[in-house]
Design a protein. Structure first.
Ligand SMILES: [Fe+2]
Ligand SMILES: [Fe+2]
Length: 257
């Protein structure tokens, strides 16, 4: 069986929760098939927000962890940062009566409208727009072609917390906060998996993120990164090649010319 086709049963993944910083929780499961963790983040506030839902099948376990912190009836926003099943495939959150789906304007225009069979109420944001959730303020950062062209990130202003989705990911079953420099592993993973079409959009975004001076970074895969470790990861992206060069999900793509 090829790497890309290995079976993956999201409902068999063990999911755990840990509070990373004041009122921000990481809900994480290690997916052996891909050798990475899938992380969701709950921001506890007047209007609680969940960032990513995990794929279909994993959401039930994620929801159980959310319920350990808040009344699920109060879940106000569920944000996905680009259109992929691990970002928001667990659509059952829509059963949470008040939960509103939050996405980028591009995800809205390109992926959530115009379908015959995907009726999906949502609110969308453009670059630098803000969403106040109570004490916290979410700033939306458009990052086109950092992975997908509808990609965005979230920066929580009051705690300087960055939610970069698939940027700064590391392979392995890491601690909730990484204690060693895994930037070389990150670069190697990007080369093997081939999620970036080219380096330049990633580097433009990286320069912008450095200026934000995040205190803690919450990647969707891997451990969280504190400010002292962040320069290793940004330097690695500025100095190394990591864009797609023929490998997708660990497999060489044969292009016949
Ligand atoms: Fe992704
Ligand atoms: Fe992801």
């Amino acid at each position: 069986m090829s790497e890309a086709n290995k079976s993956f049963h999201p409902d068999e993944i063990d999911v755990s929760i840990s509070e990373i910083s004041d009122g921000i929780y990481r809900i994480s499961g290690f997916v052996e098939t891909y050798g990475i963790t899938f992380n969701q983040f709950l921001i506890q506030d007047e209007c609680p927000t969940l960032i990513h839902t995990g794929p279909m099948g994993m959401y039930n376990k994620i929801e159980e962890k959310v319920k350990e912190v808040i009344n699920i009836e109060k879940l106000a926003y569920v944000a996905f940062l680009h259109f992929e099943s691990d970002e928001w495939g667990g659509m059952e959150f829509l059963k949470s009566p008040k939960a509103k789906l939050v996405c980028s304007d591009l995800s809205s225009k390109l992926n959530l409208t115009g379908w015959y069979n995907v009726p999906c109420d949502h609110i969308s944001f453009w670059d630098n727009e803000l969403l106040k959730t109570g004490k916290r303020v979410l700033r939306f950062i458009m990052t086109p072609h950092v992975h997908h062209w509808d990609s965005m990130m979230i920066f929580e202003e009051t705690t300087k917390s960055l939610f970069p989705s698939d940027l700064f990911i590391q392979p392995g079953k890491n601690r909730a906060i990484v204690s060693s420099d895994l930037s070389d592993d990150m670069i190697q993973l990007y080369k093997t998996v081939g999620i970036f079409g080219s380096e330049e959009p990633v580097r433009q975004t990286t320069r912008r993120l450095v200026k934000l001076e995040p205190k803690i970074i919450f990647p969707m895969h891997g451990g969280c990164i504190d400010a002292s470790m962040f320069p290793s990861y940004t330097d690695a992206l500025m100095k190394n090649e990591f864009a797609y060069s023929g490998n997708i999900l660990g497999q060489k793509v044969q292009i016949v010319t």
